[in-house]
Design a protein. Structure first.
Length: 407
């Protein structure tokens, strides 16, 4: 009980704006899971979370003897993670039902890296047909995601982003089944990429690119529900500052970007169908293979690279569930020729696709699952406009085994 109390205190530390008297009236519900996973790759794979957040196969890297140094298999026969969260319901505030959530996740075994992930921490007020949310949670373009065995949740074909935001939702319809969403979003751990100020030839990830612009990202969208069918659309505008010239009175060089999304899901008894498509500029903060470049022959004019990505998943079953996930991404390049490129992935990717069938069985609180993942990337030669030509395919086969106990 002492350990549980200490963890609870750490989780709700960010929720101190609730008064002491309100906290005494609040109800707290724990949730989470403990999981163990193992995987096998046929090739060196680009991934996070010590390999468990699978992204895409590494490119060919041939040495003087012609051997591809990335063409080798690997296995991880251990991998544990644990997620702990609390849903808090409090008294009425300003005529609205009050609630909050705090959630953290532990993963990996490294002694040198920090693998504690602060996933959610937000406060919400719910009126009859309106909701106001303040804090960190899923980016609105990430509200719908596939139910994969992999913790990547469809990334890099699906947006994978949790960000601090100030978000309003307006419900309408006979049963408040439709909603409008408007949000201002700030970058924290999922950030844009750009040049390193001390080494401009190096690409780094930093939330300073968005912070220095002086404005948040702006999102507007809508979801419509018709029985078992739900469809939605949304758009985001972002402005970042890739470079500040300290030799010219700290002059800022800006980059604008727009992204759009369409999504749909259908749930009927044992059948679940989900799909999403995104087209946008500089979507590196969403985990999509994207970024921008420095326009040729200009004085620090930055132009965004455009990418299109889509995914779909079909699942059927109850305790025993079968499913298949498919994803596709295409690099559409820039509107002008570029002389430098800043990406959150390799700069010579033309397109990539993935197919991932899975099967799972749930008994009580335990879920046993197996997923096969085939990911193929078309690498080639980077052209002046940011597109890629003369491509060749590189693929990785992954088999993932998972045991999860949820509570």
């Amino acid at each position: 009980m002492k350990i549980r109390t200490l963890v609870l205190q750490a989780l709700i530390a960010s929720l101190l704006p609730l008064s002491v008297s309100a906290q005494k009236k609040a109800t707290i519900d724990w949730y989470g899971f403990v999981a163990a996973q193992s995987f096998m790759d046929s090739r060196r794979n680009m991934a996070g979370a010590e390999g468990f957040l699978s992204l895409y196969p590494a490119p060919q890297d041939k040495n003087s003897s012609g051997t591809d140094e990335n063409d080798y298999s690997s296995e991880s026969w251990y991998g544990t993670m644990a997620r702990f969260g609390v849903n808090i319901k409090g008294p009425e505030i300003f005529g609205a039902a009050s609630r909050a959530r705090a959630e953290i996740e532990f993963s990996g075994h490294s002694q040198t890296e920090n693998h504690v992930l602060y996933r959610h921490a937000f406060i919400a007020l719910d009126w009859e047909d309106e909701t106001l949310l303040l804090g960190q949670t899923w980016h609105p373009m990430n509200d719908l995601f596939p139910s994969t065995v992999s913790i990547a949740l469809g990334s890099p074909f699906n947006a994978l982003n949790r960000s601090p935001q100030f978000r309003g939702e307006k419900y309408f319809g006979k049963e408040n089944q439709h909603k409008l969403i408007i949000a201002t979003i700030f970058q924290a751990m999922n950030t844009s990429v750009g040049p390193d100020a001390t080494n401009p030839g190096k690409t780094i990830k930093s939330n300073s690119f968005q912070r220095n612009s002086g404005m948040p990202m702006i999102y507007a969208g809508a979801d419509f529900t018709f029985g078992a069918l739900k469809i939605g659309a949304g758009a985001e505008y972002q402005r970042i500052v890739p470079f500040i010239d300290s030799n010219d009175n700290n002059k800022k060089y800006y980059l604008n970007g727009f992204s759009g999304m369409l999504q749909a899901q259908y749930n009927q008894e044992k059948l679940s169908v989900k799909a999403k498509a995104l087209v946008g500029q500089n979507m590196s903060h969403l985990g999509i293979c994207s970024g921008y470049g420095l326009a040729a022959g200009t004085d620090r004019e930055y132009v965004p690279l455009t990418a299109a990505t889509s995914w779909a998943q079909v699942q059927y079953g109850d305790a025993l569930k079968w499913g298949v996930f498919g994803g596709y991404m295409k690099n559409l390049g820039a509107s002008k020729d570029i002389v430098a490129v800043y990406l959150n992935c390799a700069d010579d990717i033309d397109q990539m696709w993935r197919i991932a069938p899975s099967v799972s069985y749930t008994v009580g609180n335990m879920n046993l699952a197996c997923e096969y993942e085939l990911t193929t990337v078309a690498y080639g030669k980077l052209k002046d406009n940011g597109t890629v030509t003369d491509t060749h395919d590189v693929m990785n086969h992954r088999v993932l085994l998972s045991v999860m106990y949820s509570f």
